[in-house]
Design a protein around this ligand. Structure first.
Ligand SMILES: [Zn+2]
Length: 89
């Protein structure tokens, strides 16, 4: 979700969809983006998956990217750095 879309959605909640002068397709697209953004705020458990060559890795349940913390491997990040999914360790 871009900052511009977030502002439009916030305006829609404040002033209503009709005042944004958007067509139905644009409203549906903004609602879909809002649903995806809200879904990522619900914490999900990371997955332990085979990442190839017999190695296991911890991956994001939403996008499948490897999860690691560049500041320290013992620290579990709160969010996936690739997609923003909130994580529940
Ligand atoms: Zn992710």
């Amino acid at each position: 979700m871009t900052g511009d879309h977030a502002i439009k959605i916030e305006s829609a909640f404040s002033y209503g969809w009709r005042n944004l002068k958007l067509d139905l397709n644009e409203i549906n697209e903004l609602q879909r983006e809002l649903s995806q953004a809200l879904e990522k705020q619900i914490p999900k458990k990371p997955l332990h998956k085979d990442i190839g060559f017999g190695d296991m890795g911890i991956t994001c349940p939403m996008c499948g990217s490897l999860i690691y913390n560049c500041y320290g491997p013992s620290l579990n990040p709160s969010y996936c750095i690739m997609c923003g999914q909130r994580l529940n360790w």
